[in-house]
Every structure is written in C-alpha cells, then in structure tokens.
Design a protein around this ligand. Structure first.
Ligand code: NCD
Length: 330
C-alpha cells in the first residue's frame, strides 16, 4: 500500500463506461468526494454484489484483512461492513467500544492507533465521536480508511446506500423531491445525503425539523452555492403529499449531553404514522437510516412504501462494492 496523505480519490487507472479514466477509490472520508460517475460505478458494482450474495459467492478478497474500529455504538454499519468483507472471502479483526476496550482507554491518540492497526489490516473502517476523525486518520494511515460515521459530521457510506436505495426504489435520481425530517442539526446521515443529492439534476429538498435541531448553515450554504432548491417547513403532513421520499431520522440524544431540556424540545414533533402515509403518493417511499425510536410508528412497517429495512439490506451490497473497489481495483 502506498503512503497516506493523498487525496481520497487519487487519480489512477481504471476505465469508466464511456472509456474515461475513473479515479481509484482509496479513503472514504466525506460525501463530497463522490460525483455522478463514481456513484454510477459503485452502484453498478453493488448490483453485481446482489448477484454474488444471492447466487455465486466470491473469494476476491481472500487473505485480505479489514479492521473495524468503532468508538461509538453501531449495529448495522459494523455488521454490514463485516458481513461484506466475509462475503468476499476476506477476514475481519474488530474492536467495538474502542473508547473503553482499545488503547484509547490508556491515552493513545487516534493517530497512533491508526498507525498501528495499519500494520495489521489492509483497510480500516472507523467510527468515531469527533467530526474530523476520519480525515485525521486518513492523513496518517498507511492503508485506506473508510469513515463509518464521524460524530455529528458525516456518514458517507450511509449516504451512498441511501442514494442507491432511492434509485432502486424510485427508478431515477434526477428531479427527486425529498423531505429530510427530524434531527437535522446533529444527524450525520442527512448531512452527507445533502452533499450527494446536490450532484443530481434539480433535486428539491424540504427540511422538516424542530426549531432546536434545524439543518445547519454549512449545508444550506453548500446547497445555495450549487443552485439546489431547498425550503424549511414545519408541516410534515403538507410536505408528505409533495415528495418522492420522506427520510425520517432519530433525535440524536447522545449529542445533547446534559442539555436534557433541549432534547425534550426536539423529540416527539414529527412522527411518520398511517396518517402521514395516507397523504403520500402511491409510489413514494419512507426511508430511515435506523435505529428508530418512536419517530416511525410500527404500523407503518407493513406498508410497501416503508423502505427502511430494504435500505438497511442495501448497505451490505454497497459496502461490498466499496471494499471490492478499494481493495481489488475499480
Ligand atoms: C445512523 C448513524 O449512526 O449515524 N445509523 C446508521 O449508521 N445506520 C443514524 C442514527 O444513529 O440515528
């Protein structure tokens, strides 16, 4: 493996569908590093991975080792990465609760941990509680680093699987109208998703959030600079009738610390229930990165428009695609 600090997408070999050179995928630290062409390639490989899982199997990552280093809780992200690696024939070494059980507990810096783990693994999947952790890790790492969520910052692989899900479910990515609902200030998935949506033609984004957790100015500024139409609304019922996708999110309790009152002000406002479903069009969908608490009622699950469990399954295919492309070439 080559040295670290280069760009996440370094120029290199590989050929796009139209014969254009595709950049080689290396670190994944933020959603902005992807464009339409790289997403199209990842999604094509993810489709292939669906076939691999359902029919052929693969050993393409035989003898390669992935380390998952998780400093924050996770079910889907860690297990889908680990399953993805194993389904491609690779091996996994892991430390969950890394803050408690890794040498971080003894005072080791993230940078030192990454330098060491890079000697044991061919790729590192990192979830951390600080917003710039993956970038810092990538800058010292001798092997590729994939962000699995950086505090309240970003969650780029979640956003990729979200866009993949929108394409699979709605059948297109241009002209999508979407409501991002819930904790937009602290939710890293919606932040990354906005960066990706901005790559497509004429998306229309509605932000529906309690006052205390509105979408932050950096994302709004980015959308403005890219000519993307967005608006804020406090009426989920009205917005439900306008959109292809309702993307619901959990109020991120762990980001409030001892601001209990603020958390109480944020929770319980916007619930997706049968009444909201009734306002949605027949071919619209409900997404959620999960876990949910109480923001989607369980009676929504039976509706075919409830796409969140399918969305979580898509995470496996997209993560298989990413691991294969990073470790075995485009
Ligand atoms: C999300 C996360 O960790 O940011 N979960 C996930 O990765 N699917 C969303 C959340 O925790 O609310």
């Amino acid at each position: 493996m080559t040295g670290a600090a280069g760009p996440a997408l370094a120029a290199g070999h590989g050929t796009g569908e139209k014969g254009d050179p595709l950049p080689v995928l290396r670190h994944i630290v933020e959603a902005q590093q992807f464009d339409r062409a790289s997403m199209a390639r990842i999604f094509a490989v993810a489709r292939e991975m669906e076939q691999v899982v359902q029919h052929y199997g693969s050993n393409i990552l035989n003898r390669r080792v992935m380390a998952t280093l998780f400093y924050e809780p996770s079910t889907r992200t860690r297990l889908s990465f680990e399953s993805a690696m194993r389904r491609l024939g690779g091996e996994v070494i892991t430390t969950e609760s890394a803050q408690e059980f890794s040498s971080a507990a003894k005072g080791e810096t993230l940078e030192d941990t990454i330098r060491i783990v890079g000697g044991y693994a061919d790729i590192i999947v990192l979830r951390h509680f600080e917003s710039d952790a993956s970038r810092r890790a990538a800058s010292v790492s001798s092997v590729p680093v994939i962000s699995a969520g950086d505090g309240p910052g970003q969650h780029p692989t979640q956003a990729l699987l979200d866009v993949y899900t929108i394409e699979r479910e709605i059948g297109r990515l241009d002209g999508i109208s979407i409501a991002l609902v819930g904790d937009l200030a602290n939710g890293r998935t919606v932040r990354s998703l906005c960066y990706l949506l901005a790559k497509f033609d004429s998306p229309r984004i509605y932000f529906v959030a309690p006052e205390v957790v509105r979408m932050r100015g950096d994302i709004k500024g980015y959308l403005d600079r890219h000519g993307i139409r967005w608006e804020e609304s406090d009426d989920l019922g009205a917005v439900a009738g306008e959109v292809d996708v309702i993307y619901q999110t959990r109020i991120q309790r762990e980001r409030f610390g001892d601001r209990v009152q603020e958390y109480q002000q944020a929770r319980g406002h916007y619930i997706v229930d049968r009444a909201i479903l009734e306002r949605m069009s027949a071919d619209a969908i409900v997404m959620h990165p999960l876990p949910r608490v109480d923001e989607i009622t369980p009676d929504v699950d039976q509706d075919p428009r409830a796409a969140y469990f399918r969305q979580a399954h898509n995470g496996l295919y997209v993560r298989m695609a990413l691991l294969r492309m990073i470790l075995a070439g485009p």
